[in-house]
Design a protein around this ligand. Structure first.
Ligand code: SAM
Length: 244
């Protein structure tokens, strides 16, 4: 496996304005039928996760799982200048294995908060995650909460060192007025981010669109990395750092 490739850092990227979502080139497994046209709706996600109850629980990553991303996540968290445990928010976690495995395996103390607006996804994670003592560090913690990314009222300003959005805002953008909700969600993320913290978006949206939009709306600097392709789809990591 090759590591992430730096695409662009700084403010000079040329791009077309607006938010465009490229249609995905892969066909989806049948279980996603009924969801694809309703990716921004909580009820559609509830039904999606309810369908998985028919089978024994298995973590499900919409794309790129732990093996693809733990390296970059641990490196970013390690780089945080903090005395106590680092705090990670996985926004729209679904039933992804990223949060639980980071909790289990991270060598330094890490408090992981996995949130999703689907109560079904949160219940699945709470019920099926076996709360083994963390192997990586005994001071680590793992929490699952129901929360809407647009209203992170459960969290105080300046709480998190790293906020992860893997596919969540991509899903929200599918709504006709998705840009409004995503603006609110990014603003909420920046509110609950600690000074010196970072946000990492993992997305299939092209860098020329995503970077320009982020840097136009907020005072942030965005660095883009190309991640390994998942099937025929390219994925990108956007590292978002507020500018003082
Ligand atoms: C494409 S899936 C990604 C799930 C997970 N991050 C992964 O990579 O597998 C999008 C997730 O975002 C959640 N979601 C969508 N809109 C949300 C919102 N406004 N607030 C919180 N979660 C949301 C959905 O319930 C779903 O679990």
């Amino acid at each position: 496996m090759t590591g992430p490739r730096l695409l662009r850092s700084g403010r000079s990227f040329l791009a077309a304005p607006g938010i465009l979502l490229r249609p995905r080139s892969r066909s989806r497994p049948p279980a996603r039928d009924g969801l694809l046209g309703n990716l921004e709706k909580r009820t559609a996600w509830d039904s999606f996760y309810l369908r998985s109850l028919a089978q024994p629980f298995k973590h499900f990553d919409w794309f790129l799982g732990y093996s693809s991303l733990h390296g970059i996540l641990v490196e970013l968290l390690q780089g945080v200048d903090r005395d106590g445990p680092r705090k990670l928010l996985d926004l729209g976690c679904g039933t992804s294995e990223l949060g639980p495995r980071l909790y289990c395996e991270c060598p330094f103390p890490l408090h992981v908060y996995c949130v999703d607006f689907s109560p079904v996804a949160v219940r699945l994670m709470q019920t099926h995650f076996s709360p083994l003592p963390p192997l990586g560090n005994p001071a680590s913690e793992l929490h699952f909460l129901q929360a809407d990314a647009t209203h992170l009222t459960d969290f105080q300003p300046g709480t998190f060192d790293l906020i992860l959005d893997k596919g969540t805002m991509d899903a929200m953008l599918r709504a006709d007025d998705g840009g409004v909700a995503v603006k609110q969600a990014v603003s909420e993320s920046l509110r609950v981010m600690r000074a010196g913290g970072l946000m990492l978006q993992v997305s299939d949206e092209d860098p020329d669109v995503r970077i320009l939009w982020l840097e136009r709306v907020w005072k942030v600097n965005v660095t883009a990395f190309e991640l390994e392709p998942d099937g025929r789809t390219s994925y990108f990591a956007y590292l978002i750092k507020p500018v003082k």
